[in-house]
Each structure stands twice: as structure tokens, then as C-alpha cells.
Design a protein around this ligand. Structure first.
Ligand code: SAM
Length: 403
């Protein structure tokens, strides 16, 4: 029935809701008669929404489609500080449920025409009288438009209990406003050809209701008649575990990257063979190099000092490249954003088992491949590759690293 519309009529109805959400920025949104969860699937990308709820009388339909609402891999890999929780309930809009109270927006898209008139009365009292969201969007077919559908006799769908003309919808909407303290604006989507627009109106008529009184909701009975069938929390950086996971993986990635880059430039490879172990006390003799700023930053360059640190444990010498936290903080905007400052960064990393910090906690120790002790501790300086902190005496080298 819809091919006469581009985009399809159902998309236009959902887009109407999305435009409203973008404008009004509601935090708690419920879609009544959510069906295949198509609208919810789009709404979850609206960053202002923190709680998204779907309700449908047909539990099987929800169960079949609820997995569409699971977090995507990008939500896990690149979580933000936004938070989103989604709940889906099996239940009827003719019954109360206290968990649906206090919402900013409720939508009822092509639902009311599936209710008998007595159930429609219940719908009004449950949604507008008990749940009392700040805004409600109700869409329903406009029967005046039906004559434009070639060959259509009767209702648009066999399950419809009624289809209203514009005046019937307006009367119902105004009565709801009067009974429950709302105001309504009536509009629609699905335009008729220009010359018939006035005579038939929109294909789907839409009422946008706004609650009038700002006084607190009455202390209604706590009823829980819906069954929760799906519930999911999206990863958020507000959650400590997620925050730490993201920060640590960012730190490890950048530390490895800086290490590799530095070693490439210093030794011409990644073999990590330098003649003398440099202790942290010898830091001042560290090689200082420049790395291109990863964020672009108009070609700006940052200076970073890395050096080698050897640690012996049970006869095995482990060689580490020392990557100062300050360098990580300056190089990776995400690390800077997440931690705020270098001392926070140190605090966040302190107890993380995947991260090895220097004794004073000012740097990360990034392990090089294991070395034979004699290879590292050789006293014969002649055997040493020329890269040993020769930067001390040679002019400082500019790197053109593209990281
Ligand atoms: N709102 C969805 C959309 O825009 O695609 C689906 C609309 S579909 C035409 C009507 C939906 O309302 C169906 O999924 C149906 O199961 C649901 N429904 C019918 N009566 C209901 C009731 N009393 N309570 C909750 N949902 C109901």
C-alpha cells in the first residue's frame, strides 16, 4: 500500500519521531506497540536518550527482534560517556505499570487503531492519566486519505478496529487534553498530491501532546503488570571497568607505538640492542627525539624522550623501553581526554596488572624481546652498536614520524 511514498510511509512516521527527539532532547523515551523494534533501533543512536523502553502485547514479536537492540561492536570498542539502558516489556497499553511512569516522551505509532473503543478508553487513562509522560506522539491512519489507494475497500489492515477521519481524531485528541491536562498539535506525514492535500489531509495523522501541569504526579498505586523480556546496558565510560579497559588499551597501544617508532629511528630496527643499561638515574642522558603529533595539529611536533632500562630477575635480564606518561599524555588526545592530567593518568594505571610502571610511577616500561645476559651486559664497548645514546654528542635529530 505504501509504494506511493518516498521515503516509505513507516519511515516518515519514524523520522517524525526522530526529528522531535533531536529537537526536544528527551532522556527517557518509551515506544508503545513497538512491534519489530524498528523505531527503537533508530532511537538508540540519539545520544540524549538514557533510557529507552519498548512495550508490545506480543511477546514473541519482541523476542524475535530484540537482538537488533544489542550494542554494536563499536559501542564496545569505542564507548563514550553517554549512557543508554534499554528495556523491552511484554504488556498491554490498557494496563498500568509503574515502571513506565515519569517518561519525557512516549510514542504510539499506528497502535490505537488496533484497539477496541473500550480499550482505547483504557489506553487514554493509562497513558495520559497514569503514566503521564511530558510528551506523547500518537499516529493513526487518516481515513479520508484512503480513497487515494487504488482498489482499497474497508480498512487498511484487517486487524484495524477503526480508522478515523481528521475530525474524529481531533475530537478524541481534544477530549484527552481536557480529561488529562494536555495540549495537542495535530499534523501528519505522507502527503497527497498537491491539488488534493487540503481535501484529504495527510495519510498518517499525528497528534503531538504536551502535558500542561508541571505539578508533581499524584501518588498513584505501584502496579507492575508488564513482563521484562529484554534488558541491556550499553558500555559507557562512566562505568569504572569500561573506563579502565579503554584507558589501559589506549595506553598500551600508544606506548608500543612510541617504543617501536623510537627504536626504528634509534637502532634502525626493533632489536633493542644498546650497549649499556641506563638506569633511571641516568635519565638526563636519554635520547631525545621528535615525533609528529598524531592529531595532525597543523604539523606541530612534540618532543619525547625515551630510554632503555634493564632489569635482572633470576638471571634473566629484561630490557624495557621507558615511555614517560607525560609523553603518552601529550601524544594521544584520547589519553589526555580520559585522564585529564598526568597525575590522574598515573593514579589510574597504578594498580593495573597489564601495565608496568617505573619505580617513581612517572613512566611506562614497555618490554623488548628477551636478551641473552652477555649480549646486554658486555663490557666491550667496541662491540656496541653506535646508537647508544650517541644523541648526547650528536645534534638532535628531527623525526618525521607519522603517528
Ligand atoms: N509501532 C510499530 C511501528 O511503527 O512499526 C508497530 C505498529 S503495528 C501496526 C501495531 C503494534 O501494536 C503491533 O506490534 C501490536 O502487537 C501492538 N499492539 C496491539 N495491541 C496492543 C496493546 N494492547 N498493547 C501493546 N501493544 C499492542
Amino acid at each position: 500500500m505504501n509504494p506511493m511514498f518516498t521515503p516509505p510511509l513507516h519511515s516518515q512516521r519514524h523520522q517524525f519521531v526522530i526529528d522531535f527527539v533531536r529537537k526536544k532532547q528527551p532522556k527517557k523515551v518509551a515506544d508503545l506497540g513497538c512491534g519489530e523494534c524498528k523505531l527503537l533501533k533508530q532511537l538508540r543512536f540519539q545520544r540524549n536518550i538514557e533510557l529507552l523502553v519498548g512495550v508490545d502485547i506480543t511477546g514473541a514479536k519482541i523476542k524475535k527482534h530484540m537482538h537488533r537492540l544489542a550494542p554494536l561492536s563499536t559501542d564496545h570498542l569505542q564507548p563514550t560517556f553517554d549512557q543508554l539502558h534499554i528495556d523491552l516489556y511484554q504488556g498491554s497499553v490498557t494496563q498500568r505499570d509503574a515502571r513506565l511512569r515519569g517518561f519525557d516522551l512516549m510514542t504510539s505509532i499506528e497502535l490505537i487503531e488496533h484497539l477496541t473503543l473500550p480499550d482505547l478508553e483504557l489506553f487514554s487513562s493509562v497513558v495520559f492519566g497514569y503514566m503521564r509522560p511530558a510528551s506523547v506522539i500518537v499516529s493513526t491512519p487518516n481515513s479520508e486519505f484512503n480513497k487515494l489507494f487504488p482498489g482499497l475497500t474497508g480498512f487498511r489492515h484487517s486487524d484495524h478496529k477503526f480508522e478515523w477521519n481528521r475530525s474524529e481524531f481531533r475530537s478524541w485528541a481534544l477530549k484527552v487534553c481536557l480529561d488529562y491536562g494536555y495540549e495537542v498539535e495535530i499534523t501528519g506525514v505522507g502527503e497527497a498530491p498537491q491539488e488534493q492535500q487540503e481535501s484529504v489531509g495527510f495519510c498518517s495523522q499525528i497528534g503531538v501532546f504536551q502535558r500542561l501541569n508541571v505539578s508533581p504526579d499524584r501518588d498513584e498505586e505501584e502496579v507492575f503488570s508488564y513482563t521484562l523480556v529484554y534488558s541491556v546496558n550499553y558500555p559507557t565510560l562512566r562505568d569504572n571497568n569500561t573506563f579502565t579497559r579503554v584507558l589501559v588499551s589506549e595506553v598500551l597501544f600508544w606506548a608500543e607505538r612510541l617504543k617501536n617508532r623510537w627504536m626504528e629511528e634509534t637502532t634502525g630496527g626493533t632489536n633493542c640492542v644498546l650497549p649499556h643499561s641506563q638506569t633511571e638515574q641516568q635519565k638526563p642522558s636519554a635520547c631525545t627525539d621528535r615525533l609528529g603529533c598524531p592529531g595532525g595539529g597543523g604539523g606541530e611536533e612534540l618532543t619525547v624522550s625515551l630510554w632503555i632500562n634493564d632489569q635482572e630477575e633470576s638471571g634473566i635480564v629484561n630490557r624495557f623501553v621507558v615511555v614517560p606518561l607525560a609523553a603518552l599524555w601529550s601524544f594521544c588526545p584520547k589519553i589526555a581526554e580520559l585522564s585529564g592530567n598526568v597525575s590522574n593518568l598515573r593514579r589510574f594505571l597504578m594498580d593495573q596488572p597489564q601495565v608496568k610502571l617505573s619505580q617513581d610511577g612517572s613512566a611506562l616500561l614497555v618490554k623488548c624481546e628477551a636478551q641473552e645476559p652477555e649480549q646486554i651486559n658486555s663490557d666491550d664497548e667496541e662491540d656496541a652498536p653506535a646508537v647508544q645514546c650517541s644523541h648526547q654528542t650528536e645534534p638532535e635529530e628531527d623525526w618525521e614520524a607519522k603517528i
